[in-house]
Design a protein around this ligand. Structure first.
Ligand SMILES: Cc1cc2nc3c(=O)[nH]c(=O)nc-3n(C[C@H](O)[C@H](O)[C@H](O)COP(=O)(O)OP(=O)(O)OC[C@H]3O[C@@H](n4cnc5c(N)ncnc54)[C@H](O)[C@@H]3O)c2cc1C
Length: 367
């Protein structure tokens, strides 16, 4: 299948991977992003969760390596940390668990996104365009263009497209735009979660630059009311830093500051104490995740041709399970397969990928 112009709305994790998949099949791919993307591993406004620890599932790393050969080596050369088996640890209520036969790459979320963005932007027929999508153009029963505004101007421009991808994340406007186009609105399933994140950064000392254990997670049994601390994770990341994350159910969190995180880690195994021993780098960041959402596009009896959706725009999962990025990778993979004619209908296959992630995120324990 050859596509003249594809437009991906949203150049974050899922949008970048959709663009990578499309680049093999479209003569031109335009990635439209409303945020100003600063060069370097810097987070952007619309992705506030990026300030928190992001665990990349090992299978997702392998897929990134397929799409971007040399991805891992390049990331490590720039300061990310590779933890083969024996270099990461899992604990349950601070008791060591069996070793996990996996190789993990630890880095901040802005770093991972920027490394992917640099590879996608280097594809000659992919264009990263600054602009906020404001709607879709339809002809008959197909999407034929994306309406957008750029540079703070109210003037609307239209990009004619053969295929449009909604990668606008959790706040996607697609449901409104479908209704405006005379299409039915999909049902949105919501599952209450109510989980709070606190993330702080600490400098790694010179004797801790190649830590034996560079990534660890301690999972806890929450209180009888289901509230309270559920996990603490530490990741050695780029810039010779430790990223330390406390995750708790409920709004009343005891660990909201750097000092609190340190106090919690003081009672945990050695790697947690080591990770919080260095100089704190800035204040702790907080994030509260209210609910998981899944947009049921596949249940609709009418949906425009020339449009697909991907990533958090379609479904979000309780972040403590660390699945969102991996699900985006799997969805982009299914998109690549269906564009290549290696598999059937994208929506049906994509639903299977989301079913799996949705079920995994409903588990009570992390592993
Ligand atoms: C606290 C927290 C921790 C998490 N930890 C993990 C983890 O450990 N591991 C993991 O795998 N996942 C994790 N996740 C999930 C992960 O963050 C998401 O799954 C991932 O960011 C989804 O990427 P996305 O591209 O779909 O959406 P987003 O990252 O939300 O990006 C959407 C993009 O669309 C752009 N956009 C929106 N509207 C428009 C418009 N109209 N025009 C142009 N651009 C637009 C935005 O500016 C943004 O760049 C976590 C989530 C949270 C909340």
């Amino acid at each position: 299948m050859t596509i003249e112009t594809a437009c991906v709305i949203g150049a974050s994790f899922a949008g970048l991977l959709a663009a990578r998949a499309l680049a093999d099949h479209a003569r031109r791919v335009v990635l439209l992003e409303r945020d100003v993307l600063t060069p370097g591993p810097v987070g952007h406004t619309s992705v506030p969760q990026g300030r928190h620890g992001h665990f990349l599932q090992p299978a997702a790393l392998r897929k990134l390596e397929d799409w971007f050969p040399g991805f891992t080596d390049d990331a490590v050369a720039r300061g990310a940390v590779l933890a083969p088996p024996g270099h990461h640890s899992l604990f349950s209520n601070s008791e060591p668990m069996a070793d996990w036969d996996a190789t993990l790459l630890t880095a901040s979320r802005p770093f991972l996104e920027e490394r992917i963005r640099s590879r996608v932007a280097a594809i000659p027929h992919v264009e990263l365009r600054h602009g906020a999508a404001a709607g879709l153009r339809y002809r008959d029963r197909s999407v034929t263009g994306v309406v957008y505004q750029t540079g703070g101007s109210a003037t609307e421009r239209v990009l004619d497209t053969d295929l449009t991808v909604d990668a606008m994340g959790r706040g996607s406007s697609l449901v409104r735009w479908l209704e405006r186009g005379g299409f039915p609105a999909p049902a949105v399933q919501r599952v209450p979660v109510g989980i709070g994140y606190t993330t702080a950064l600490f400098r790694r000392s010179p004797d801790d630059l190649r830590p034996k254990v560079s990534c660890a997670l301690d999972q806890f049994t929450p209180g009888a009311d289901g509230q309270g601390l559920v996990a603490v994770a530490v990741y050695a990341i780029e810039g010779d830093r430790w990223q330390v994350v406390g995750v708790a159910y409920g709004r009343d969190r005891a660990e909201a500051t750097v000092k609190d995180l340190r106090a919690v880690c003081a009672g945990l195994p050695e790697v947690f104490r080591r990770a919080t021993a260095g100089e704190p780098l800035g204040e702790a960041e907080e994030y509260f995740y209210i609910d998981s959402r899944r947009r049921r596009i596949a249940d609709l009896d009418r949906f425009p041709a020339g449009l697909v959706d991907i990533g958090d725009a379609v479904a979000t999962y309780n972040p403590v399970h660390g699945i969102g990025m991996a699900s985006a990778v799997n969805q982009a993979s299914v998109l690549a397969d269906s564009l290549a004619g290696r598999s059937g209908d994208f929506l049906r296959l994509r639903e299977a990928v989301i079913d799996e992630a949705w079920a995994a995120a409903a588990r009570l324990t992390l592993f």
